[in-house]
Design a protein around this ligand. Structure first.
Ligand code: MCA
Ligand code: AMP
Length: 508
């Protein structure tokens, strides 16, 4: 089945019930369904056909949701892009994916202007301010005076619905092709395991351009027939107030969000009434045992941690029963997911021993867009190698713990940063000879992106601020080093490999 078709069917069931309340404007399930129908017509007018890719770079807004689901309804593929990506990053995603349409706003249109002209990609704006080179969607929508419904859901289960780009340990970012089957199977698993029903009210505070905010939170909520209270931005005090006022029952966040919520709550005079709250869910990065305990002490509630990846959606979850939410553990494989822990030869380790987590199931993606070799090397006998290290506790029903990463990856505030990408940019700085990018422990972001650089001319004075600005012109801000240290020579082992562990010890 097509994901949008499933959501259309839910919309018919729930009609006038509020589906999404975006910053105080309420949209019923019928409203959303009608908007998706209108946008489908519009995309058709713009020549979008089944299999075409539409890239979205937008602030969090309702148009994002309407265009995404309209696109799926006619067999299109959505490419959600981080709203902070810089022009060079966006250019790569648009051209690599061969997108037929780039939907953005006039602010970003102006920033990317020369790139969009150069690539010739058709651009549509969700706000006024169109020019000769772009299409104004509100103008077009106004002209649509039709009840025609063009939603034909032409896809098969294994057709691609969404391409999410993930950076890689080397070289180019890879577009993970996520199918309708992947989305729907995972969504149904989570609905069951989290006992998600139409009585729920989810407070949505995450960005819409990632798996967590789009697949798990938004699509999950629409599918369950529950109401989503959507805030444009995450602000801790507002979250506590909204949870109480709206009597929300669910919230999903990354550990940085929980860290900030706890800090805020510790300052508040009274404690919020969370009696309606069913579950706080955390994922995308490790939730520390300490944070779990602080949260429980303040609220009396135990955070439910789950583990996922862009390529696989959700893999494991703690149990819904609060006693089954164990700090430090990511829980058990979802019903539709098979999980093994293997050594570097792909042989299962003894229970309790650390190895690489490998995964199989309807949740596992189809492969990397136009990268058959990368796809092939990520799978062995149909098992996807996650790059995460973990173990299973034989004394607790093979409960899963993650203990590190085989891949070189920094997770900062729930966003992934691959050091190679930042090192490549920093090494184009005229004064830098070589550099290493590491993640240092950080109370707020979990890990803090930090660069250590050796200069071409060691006696020359270097300005770390200027170097950070240099990076920020080319890379989304969250990827850029928060600080830069200078060193005469980077430490290397006998094989010439940079000893990043040593650097972490030196600067943490
Ligand atoms: C913002 N900044 C960051 C980050 N976020 N720096 C490092 N890491 C970050 N994550 C910087 C900005 O560049 C800015 O810098 C300053 O912090 C304030 O920016 P602001 O926009 O106000 O930040 P914020 O609104 O406070 O955002 C923090 C946040 C956000 C709410 C934690 O990062 C966030 O929503 N993270 C969630 C990401 C997510 O959804 N991940 C799921 C991926 P300056 O002031 O210098 O300009 S999906 C996934 O991982 C898998 C599938 C899974 O399991 O879920
Ligand atoms: P992404 O590429 O953004 O999909 O990030 C996926 C990665 O986030 C996984 O491979 C893990 O390394 C990490 N991750 C997600 N959830 C958790 C969690 N609950 N605990 C630890 N790491 C996590």
């Amino acid at each position: 089945m097509n994901l949008a078709q499933r959501i259309h069917e839910t919309a018919i069931t729930y009609g006038s019930k509020p589906a999404i309340v975006f910053e105080n404007t309420s949209y019923s399930f019928s409203d959303i369904d009608q908007e998706i129908r209108r946008y489908t017509f519009l995309l058709n007018e713009l020549g979008i056909k089944s299999g075409d890719r539409i890239a979205l770079q937008l602030d969090k807004c309702m148009d994002f949701i309407f265009i995404h689901l309209a696109n799926l309804s006619i067999g299109g593929i959505t490419l959600p892009l981080n709203s902070d990506y810089k022009t060079e990053e966006v250019e790569y995603f648009l051209t690599d994916s061969g997108s037929s349409l780039f939907v953005t706003d006039s602010k970003r249109r102006a920033i990317h202007q020369s790139m969009l002209k150069k690539t010739g990609i058709k651009t549509a704006l969700i706000d006024a301010g169109s020019d000769n080179d772009s299409i104004c969607l509100p103008d077009l929508l106004e002209k649509i005076d039709t009840n025609i419904d063009l939603r034909n859901y032409p896809t098969k289960d294994d057709d691609v619905a969404i391409i999410c780009y993930t950076s890689g340990t080397t070289g180019r970012s890879k577009g993970a092709m996520i199918t309708h089957r992947n989305l729907i199977s995972n969504m149904l698993d989570l609905k069951n395991i989290w006992q998600w029903t139409d009585n729920d009210k989810l407070l949505h505070i995450l960005p819409l351009f990632h798996v967590h905010g789009l697949f798990i939170a938004l699509q999950g909520s629409l599918n369950a027939g529950s109401t989503t209270i959507m805030l444009e931005r995450f602000e801790p005090l507002r979250v506590w107030k909204t949870l109480v006022q709206e009597k929300c029952t669910m919230l999903m966040g990354v550990p940085t969000i929980y860290q900030r919520l706890v800090n805020e709550l510790e300052q508040l005079p009274g404690k919020p009434d969370l009696s309606a709250m069913r579950v706080f869910i955390s994922g995308s990065a490790p939730l520390s045992v300490n944070l779990f305990a602080r949260f429980e002490k303040l609220t009396g509630l135990r955070i439910l941690e789950r583990y996922g990846m862009t390529e696989t959606g959700m893999n494991t979850s703690n149990l819904f029963d609060p006693a089954g939410r164990k700090p430090g553990s990511v829980g058990f494989p979802l019903p539709g997911v098979s999980l093994r822990v293997v050594d570097d030869k792909g042989v299962d380790v003894a229970p309790g021993e650390v190895g690489e987590v490998i995964l199989k199931g309807d949740n596992v993606f189809k492969g990397y867009w136009q990268m058959p070799d990368k796809t092939k090397s990520s799978f062995v006998d149909g098992w996807f190698y996650s790059g995460d290290l973990g173990y299973q506790d034989p004394n607790d029903d093979m409960r899963v713990y993650l203990s590190g990463r085989a891949k070189e990856l920094i997770i900062t505030g729930g966003y992934n940063v691959y050091p190679k990408e930042i090192e490549t940019v920093l090494e184009t700085h005229p004064t830098v000879k070589e550099c290493a990018v590491i993640g240092l422990p950080d109370e707020d972001f979990g890990e803090r992106v930090t660069a250590v650089a050796a200069l071409k001319n060691a006696s020359e004075a270097a300005d770390p601020k200027e170097m950070i600005t240099f990076c920020r012109d080319k890379l989304a801000a969250y990827k850029c080093p928060k600080s830069i240290h200078f060193i005469d020579n980077l430490p290397r082992n006998a094989m010439g490999k940079i000893q990043k562990n040593q650097l972490v010890e030196m600067y943490k």
